[in-house]
Design a protein around this ligand. Structure first.
Ligand SMILES: [Zn+2]
Length: 62
């Protein structure tokens, strides 16, 4: 059984504790908090192992 409580995929905080942004990726839904959202933009490789398929994401080039 997996619980359905939305949690930040990085820090596991729930929407009871912090506002969560909902993501859709590969027909799955994920949640991430504003604190960790920049990681998705700039350092998605850090999400490998947390977000399935994250290794396909390209970080923003500076
Ligand atoms: Zn977080």
């Amino acid at each position: 059984m997996t619980e359905n409580t939305p949690r930040c995929l990085v820090c596991q905080e729930t929407s009871q504790e912090i506002p969560l942004l909902k993501l859709e990726y590969q027909e799955q839904e994920y949640y991430i908090c504003p604190q960790h959202f920049p990681i998705l933009i700039h350092q998605p490789q850090k999400l490998v192992g947390l977000l399935p398929g994250a290794e396909k994401l390209q970080g923003h080039e500076h």
